[in-house]
Write a protein that binds this ligand. Sequence first.
Ligand SMILES: [Zn+2]
Ligand SMILES: [Zn+2]
Length: 494
Amino acid sequence: MTSPDLNAGCFGAFFAKRRSTANGTSVQSFSRVTANSQTRTIAYENAANPKSAGEKKSISNFSPFCDYSSGKQKDWWLLEQEPLPSYSLKADDTNELTRNDIGNLIDHTLDKYDAQLRVLSLRIHDHPETMFEENFAHDLLTNFMAKQGFKVTKHYLGLQTAWRAEYSQGSGGRVIGINSEMDALKGLGHACGHNLIAISGVGVAIALKAALQARREVSAKIVLLGTPAEESGGGKVILLERGGYEGMDACMMCHPTVGIAHSTSIGSTNAMQAISVQYFGHSAHAGNAPWEGTNALDAAFLAYSSISMLRQQMKPDHRLHGIVEGKDWLPNVIPDYSKMRWIARAPTSEEVEVLVKRVVDCLRAAAIATGCEIDVKLDVAYFDLHQNSALAQYYTDIVGNRYGLLTLQDGSSASTDFGNVSYAFPALHPAFAIPTVPNGGNHTPGFAKASRTREAHNATMTVVRGLSLTGYRVLTDDEFFCKVKATFEHPKGA
Ligand SMILES: [Zn+2]
Ligand SMILES: [Zn+2]
């Protein structure tokens, strides 16, 4: 076996050794040094090793030196931990909403719809659809909202899978916006829990409608938008540009993540810029006349290496990650085409801009070195998330006092197109913890499983209650709304 003393760095825990098989071909096996220095061997498929074909190759342990995942994993809420406590009104809760029974009405409404919302969530989870192809979710959710008495617009503003569901009471009054995301990740399914986000929007809209109907003297409007392509594609940015959010006084949504049990977070997220680059070369016979070729794959590899080196000179809270794509590649033909997709992230859009310039320099340098033609495109930009402090404070109070949730200020290095919405209107986007497995954070198979559990559903519904009460206050409390507006226009206080 290999010695654990070799390559003891973070990713140096991979060792390989080659052994000969009876027929003279070789099988590669990899051993990984785990947290307690035990080794595990993973047999990789090989024609000479038919026994291993189809075997499940699981990597179950990661070095603790690499544990830089969302928050500290030791604090994560893990499946098989204690169940959610039942919530109850605290005796000292003096909030006006609970005094006038609207809070109880919202709770009662959501209890009544809980089973139906769970079915919607599981059906969306069972039909994962990627960006701009959320047709099943679009039809399921629009039909459901129409049955609840909302005025529904399908295929909203020219986007096949965007939709709008609206309920108005009286004339004039304030407009509260809510967003339901629906998209999944290619190959991973609902590994970001957008099935839970989809039903959270539906839940808030239904609860707010019931609350408004109990206060017929209030004029107000509820607008729920079904927003496609959050993982990439920027569905909300397109809807914003096309006027889909026009008239909203505030907008809200929520997102599941990992974290401490029964916690929610109102931190920011990173700004992000997606970049695509294509290299165009010239094909040639790789054995006969490679000097006649211009190698587009080499350009991609050079660019990848340059950007990997750039990471060393990057700030710790900046992120660069990308992939190489190609078509019709063969080992005996010099590839004449390659494509790369990169994402640059940083806490602010200004920092992203500087980072993107450095990335584009790396991309161009690779084109010069290989003699390829280059085409660089900047795709949709996501802004950092601005949580409106008045909305966040009220949400924190209500979920803490009424439902026993702990609110944290932790931000995320991920990004959301809701960041752009938060620049346009007072906005609230709490994250909330759902229980998962170790190394099962967002964008992993573990999180896909976690997002269909009963515990995840219950955690979502608690946040839905908090958002509903926050939305109700926006619609009905003039003084509170003035504070919301003031903190949007002067975020640092004035
Ligand atoms: Zn997500
Ligand atoms: Zn995601």
